[in-house]
Design a binder for this molecule. Sequence first.
Ligand SMILES: C[S@@+](CC[C@H](N)C(=O)[O-])C[C@H]1O[C@@H](n2cnc3c(N)ncnc32)[C@H](O)[C@@H]1O
Length: 295
Amino acid sequence: MRKIEHYPVLHREVINFFKSIKKGYIVDATVGGGGHSFLILKNFSEVKIIGIDKDDYAIQIADQRLKQFKGRYTLIKSSFKNIDTILDQLGIYSAEGFLFDLGVSIFHLKTERGFSFQRDEPLDMRMDRSQSLTAYEVVNRYPKNILEKIIFEYGEEKFAKRIVKNIIEERKKNPIRTTKQLADIVYRSYPPPLRRSRIHPATKTFQAIRIEVNDELSEIKQGVSKGIERLKKEGIIQVISFHSLEDRIVKNIFREAKKLKKLEILTKKPITPGEEEIRENPPSRSAKLRVGRRI
Ligand SMILES: C[S@@+](CC[C@H](N)C(=O)[O-])C[C@H]1O[C@@H](n2cnc3c(N)ncnc32)[C@H](O)[C@@H]1O
């Protein structure tokens, strides 16, 4: 297996917020390459990890990364929207901590899974490779109005109509099979003066299609809400999001839980990486961490 390093985002802050947890379980709901879990197991010698990921490859990498802590971690391939049934099956009602580090992992972008438009890859974008819906289906088979809504809402893309018009024209001639083909269509749909901005025009469209393929927003709502329900008194929940749609959902769930006197919010404003971390790990730039403590 190719080794891919993953630098855990906001790792100092995440460890610091968990430091009130002396023993018990922390659920790493997005175990990914095991970066955060590794640090948790290393820093808190009596804590056990339940690591979840919907990607089977992530589970393999995390297992490799964590093997020195054998006996202190359990890895489960599933969506975190099933966190309640996962805990039930393990015979655990509640946990001392939950961590959600949302979005894709570095290996998704580097291993020809169709998430990246930097190279030419088949349009896929599934985190869970056992599901049938792929980006190819969304781009080539979804009706015009639905595709427009997805790109407008999930991509917050104001040129959604022009992009979809061009997608439809193109797919009538030939199926759109690769990330590069799609990125080129989006690029051509942008007004020429805006094509060369710092962020590639295809970024928002790719984000939108990825959200649709993986049903990301609905799963975040279910997973984070269930996480709060299954936190022990005084337990800590931490959520790292990477774009405004995710962050808004987390903010609202936390506020609602505060109103219901279930959660004390420990981050009045979300925590973001400092200059040093952004320099070391540029993709951390857009990360936002929100933390709550169960009442
Ligand atoms: C940013 S990475 C996590 C990296 C990890 N914290 C580390 O330090 O290595 C996000 C991971 O969450 C997984 N993921 C995203 N949505 C998920 C969901 N709904 N259920 C389970 N896993 C999910 C992705 O497959 C990916 O591996």
